[in-house]
Design a protein around this ligand. Structure first.
Ligand code: PRP
Length: 180
């Protein structure tokens, strides 16, 4: 295990099993439709790549980048669009893919701006959910794992841009981020 990690929270095998399940559920729910699957960069990139390959329906993909935290790990509630969609979503079935829903502020903002563009529907799929941290109520349609309020990294999730490439989800050692 990486020396900065306290423990494995979710193994690669558990992640794969859950993604297969999510892919099946999404494929069933969107059967006969051609959804636009929107990955929120950068955290969701790894999850997104595996999730779309677990889907058996035709999908189109696009990405958005927003910044909610800056360099700090504490939410400020400020969300900025760094990269917008390329697709016009009017009349489309949009599925937002996130790595984690924490306070819900990012998702709340995203839902607001995407709904204003007149899509046929907007749903949310997240790999991780930290319900104890929620500051605003947001609908999560597909959730992989509800997790406790611990500092998690790996499988797309970072601390100061590091550890996104780790194949499992870990709890980061406190000494690594102490003084943040
Ligand atoms: C993370 C995550 C969500 C958001 C969730 O992104 O990917 O977008 O924070 O937090 P919230 O529910 O409190 O708003 P981050 O800003 O860390 O960017 P990244 O995906 O590029 O790492």
């Amino acid at each position: 295990m990486h020396q900065d990690m306290e423990k494995i929270l979710i193994s690669a095998a558990e992640i794969k099993e859950k993604i297969d399940e999510l892919g099946r559920a999404i494929s069933r729910d969107y059967s006969g439709k051609y959804p636009l699957v929107v990955g929120i960069l950068k955290g969701a990139s790894v999850f997104m790549a595996d999730l779309i390959r677990a889907m058996s329906i035709d999908v189109q993909i696009d990405f958005m980048a927003v910044s909610s935290y800056g360099a700090s790990s504490k939410s400020t509630g400020v969300v900025r669009i760094l990269k917008d969609l390329e697709q016009n979503i009017e009349g489309r079935h949009v599925l937002i893919v996130e790595d984690i829903v924490d306070t819900g502020l990012t998702l709340n903002y995203l839902l607001e701006i995407l709904k204003a563009r007149g899509p046929a529907s907007v749903r949310v799929c997240t790999l991780l959910d930290k319900p104890s941290r929620r500051e605003i109520n947001v609908p999560v349609d597909y959730n992989g794992f509800s997790i406790p309020d611990e500092f998690v990294v790996g499988y797309g999730l970072d601390y100061r841009e590091k550890y996104r490439n780790l194949p499992e989800i870990y709890v980061l050692k406190k000494g690594v981020y102490k003084g943040r």
